[in-house]
Design a protein around this ligand. Structure first.
Ligand code: ADP
Length: 445
């Protein structure tokens, strides 16, 4: 069993992992940049190491500094959280080379699944429905045009190694292709250091539905149902729900088992999320994330399964602590991503939290690293807290969510709390009528 974990992350997710470690009686090492010296994840960890200056590439992406910190403190495993190095196959490989456990799948699986074309081909081969698109990368405007004509417009030009909703552009007609192609390539080159792109059929009004899976080293793989993450802005999730109101229990059970079987056939070990677009009563695979997902708590709320503890146990070489038959779904959960951003313009807002009051009461969970007087530095992702609420059904969940949003006080920086208040009051949202474009249509870009 793992005894000491270095958490290679910051903010709420570092604290979430820390809490799982405490529950499992595992010691923790926090790492931090110079500007995060007073951060809550540092205060709560058993030990901490400063790994460099504020800029992420010099600290939270600084592989030699992180691995050295693990070796110096005698950690036997590294948990990457999400973002930063969590889907970096080279990092996973280096961690292993240094005799440490990487809490995630094997490096070659991260590399294969992180290549979106390869992932789609693999999932199609093992029998999952995938969004139609080009077979491989598309290397010129002419080829993109030919492929788009063959597939039919509209098409989406997407970065092979993309993430965070970046590096994807829609072309609705042949005239749009050159600009969409060049822009996707440029964005992907800058953001991911890999400018290869591919084409996908652009679905006009889908929902985003994803399945959570867990797989151990003994070939046991289970699913924990789905999350509906359709409420997005610029292809990035803002609000997530579990379960999705469009799937029936019978469909969930059959499709979930199919995915779990497929994952176990691949020899995948760890937690993972398979993302699909849902249109005309069908799911089409778009990508898989080989790490913990921001929105994992809503699944925890409706299943009672601690996904982070399971992930650590899997990495320790233990068997999954529950079987598919033991997974029971109960009630409804919603997560609001509280970003430090202006709720109208979405411009990130750095500063000091001058007054903090966290909501509570039945059904309310807040995952955050906030405290009175804490600093929100401008260098990192703007997600500062997650408000997660559950109820016996969607209606009760929404009522509790509205109550919690009105209790939540975060002064000193702009946050998305007012936007979530509007979303939770919106009649279409209340009825569950939305697709991936809904938020942009209602609240603008
Ligand atoms: P990323 O890795 O950047 O998050 P994804 O492939 O997961 O990219 O897609 C992010 C979001 O972009 C999806 O949730 C969906 O809203 C939109 N999207 C992706 N592919 C398509 C598609 N083929 N048609 C329509 N929308 C899409």
């Amino acid at each position: 069993m793992i005894k000491k974990i270095l958490i290679a992350n910051r903010g709420e997710i570092a604290i979430r992992i820390l809490r799982a470690c405490k529950d499992l009686n595992i010691s923790t090492v926090a790492v931090h940049s110079t500007v995060d010296a007073d951060a809550m994840h540092v205060r709560l960890a058993d030990e901490s190491v400063c790994i460099g200056p504020a800029q992420p590439r010099e600290s939270y992406l600084n592989v030699p500094a992180i691995i050295s910190a693990a070796c110096v403190t005698g950690a036997d495993a590294i948990h990457p959280g999400f973002g930063f190095l969590s889907e970096n196959a080279m990092f996973a490989h280096m961690v292993k080379e240094h005799g440490l456990i990487f809490i995630g799948p094997k490096a070659d699986q991260i590399a294969m699944i992180g290549d979106k074309i390869m992932a789609k081909k693999t999932m199609a081969r093992i029998g999952l429905p995938v969004v139609s698109g080009s077979d491989g990368t598309v290397t010129s405007i002419e080829k993109a045009l030919r492929m788009a004509e063959k597939m039919g417009f509209p098409v989406l030009i997407k970065a092979t190694g993309g993430g965070g909703g970046r590096g994807m552009n829609v072309a609705r007609s042949p005239q749009d292709v050159p600009l969409a192609y060049e822009t996707a390539r440029r964005e992907a080159g800058i953001a991911f250091g890999n400018d290869s792109v591919y084409l996908e059929k652009y679905l006009e009004n889908p929902r985003h539905i994803e399945f959570q899976i867990l797989a151990d080293q003994f070939g046991n793989a289970i699913h924990l149902g789905e999350r509906d993450c359709s409420l997005q802005r610029r292809n990035q999730k803002v609000w997530e729900e579990a379960p999705s109101i469009v799937l029936t229990p019978a469909f969930r059970d059959e499709f979930g088992r199919k995915i779990a079987t497929a994952i176990s056939q691949l020899g995948y070990v760890g937690v993972g999320t398979l993302e699909f677009l849902y249109e005309n009563d069908q799911l089409f695979f778009i990508e898989m994330n080989t790490r913990l997902q921001v929105e994992h708590p809503i699944t925890e709320m409706i299943t009672g399964c601690d996904i982070v503890c399971e992930q650590i146990l899997i990495a320790s070489g233990e068997k999954l602590s529950l079987t598919q038959e033991e997974v029971k779904f109960s009630g409804h959960a919603i997560e609001c991503r509280i970003n430090a951003e202006n709720p109208a313009t979405f411009i990130p807002s750095a500063g000091t939290v001058s007054n903090y009051h966290c909501p509570g009461g039945p059904g309310v969970r807040v995952d955050s690293a906030l405290y009175d007087g804490c600093k929100i530095p401008p260098y990192y992702d703007s997600l500062i807290a997650k408000l997660i609420v559950c109820g016996r059904d969607r209606q009760q969940c929404l009522a509790r969510l509205r109550r919690a949003l009105r209790e939540y006080v975060i002064d000193g920086v702009d946050t998305l709390v007012p936007l979530h208040q509007k979303i939770s009051d919106n009649p279409n949202v209340v009825e569950g009528k939305f697709d991936i474009h809904f938020l942009e249509k209602i609240f603008g870009n």
